[in-house]
Design a protein around this ligand. Structure first.
Ligand code: BGC
Length: 395
């Protein structure tokens, strides 16, 4: 998440004036119509799809082929998911200077109960800016090693193209380059099971990349992947940084292996307090979670997701959610618990941002999961704190 305007938060707890919220007002009529479809369709959809979501992961994870056999699922078997953020997606390229990701981290994440990792990668900075846009082989090998380590530890992997900003600011000029990157990645990972390795075309479309031109810009990337892997799941999020409001007008191709996603950082003034990377002034520190309006907002936002499920029959997942560690830990625990409880009954999985470095779940220096965070998302909270496998091995 990078693009919210930091203006004053409304005192009545109504939605913060994010880019997405402002832009979505013209869609309110549609949302009313969607809501009028009633609860019956939703109950039917979740009752039908829910059991698949619950049991699918173990079944699909055991199959290691290069094409998806059987009926495509209505949602990806994501389960408990964490972003390996702040490792490979630094805006200027290269690895984050903090914790260096290694195979022990994958074992640690799996042991904590996670099923899936989302791996945001800045492919743009590590590829030639000129045709044929070759990805740096060393970079690809390094990321591949981490994909293999995740798979070896029983984790599914979402490989995401992150911080290719020019796709947002000048989409037409960068469509071909993005597709060339995905063609290379599809080829490189062609032998990985489509039941375990999934591609996310472009993190958080924004600026000039909107729902109106989304598939014009991302379609060639999808076609490049399809020329190699007809059944590899491909994930696409909508405009305004994949804000929940983007779902209202998100139109994806009829490809059964394309899956929707959105990001959830509401209320932005809580999750991004003190964050310096948005537009404008950082939201002020000290915003607590649970003030009047916060619970109501979750109800409203889950209804938007229900409407999307009713309209499309596909269940999106939350590709990013979490709160900056400028908020005290008990507050962050409270927030992730609220998000987990609100969206899980819809079959909507959450990928938390992130594992370590910033927005952490895991304190790599102390080698422990931050108290309360795992329990808040339905996983076992280790007592005493888990020992990092790499540290244990070194003893
Ligand atoms: C960005 C990170 C940021 C996170 C939360 C991600 O999409 O890449 O740099 O910390 O969102 O704002």
């Amino acid at each position: 998440m990078t693009i919210r305007e930091s203006v004053a938060e409304p005192e009545d707890g109504s939605p913060s004036p994010s880019v997405g919220a402002v832009a979505s007002t013209h869609r309110s009529q549609w949302r009313l119509a969607g809501g009028a479809l009633g609860l019956a369709g939703l109950v039917l959809a979740v009752a039908t799809i829910g059991p698949l979501y619950q049991t699918g992961s173990a079944v699909w994870a055991s199959l290691a082929d290069t094409a998806w056999a059987g009926t495509p699922p209505a949602s990806l078997p994501i389960g408990a998911c964490i972003n390996l953020g702040n490792h490979f997606e630094t805006p200027l390229g290269g690895e984050h200077p903090g914790k260096r990701l290694d195979a022990g981290d994958m074992a640690n994440i799996r042991a904590a109960g996670f099923n899936t990792v989302r791996l945001p990668v800045n492919w743009r900075s590590q590829s030639d800016p000129n045709p044929p846009y070759q990805i740096d082989p060393q970079w690809l090998a390094r990321v591949s090693d981490m994909v293999d380590a995740a798979l070896a530890n029983g984790l599914n992997v979402i490989i995401d193209s992150h911080h290719f900003f020019a796709v947002n600011t000048d989409p037409d000029a960068n469509t071909v380059r993005l597709a060339a990157i995905w063609k290379q990645l599809a080829t490189h990972f062609a032998q990985k099971s489509p039941k375990r390795v999934w591609f996310e075309l472009h993190n958080e479309p924004h600026d000039s990349l909107t729902n109106d031109n989304l598939m014009k810009v991302l379609g060639p990337s999808l076609a490049a992947i399809r020329s190699v892997s007809p059944t590899r799941p491909v994930i696409i999020g909508g405009e305004h940084a994949s804000h929940v409001d983007s779902l209202a007008t998100l139109e994806l191709p009829s490809d059964p292996y394309v899956f929707p996603t959105f990001h959830y950082y509401e209320p932005f003034f809580f999750t991004h307090q003190g964050a310096t990377w948005g537009k404008g002034k950082p939201p002020p520190l000290g915003r607590v979670y649970g003030i009047p309006g916060d619970a109501e907002r979750l109800v409203t936002d889950t209804q938007k997701v229900r409407s999307y499920i009713q309209r499309t029959g596909k269940i999106p997942f939350i590709g990013e959610t979490g709160a900056y560690d400028t908020a005290p830990l008990p507050q962050r625990v409270k927030y992730v618990r609220a998000v987990h409880r609100a969206f899980t009954p819809l079959g909507v999985s959450q990928c938390y941002w992130g594992y370590t470095n910033t927005f952490p779940f895991y304190d790599y220096k102390a080698q422990r999961w931050l108290p309360g965070m795992l329990g808040a998302i339905g996983l076992h909270d280790p007592v005493p704190p888990a020992v990092h496998p790499t540290a244990a091995a070194a003893q």
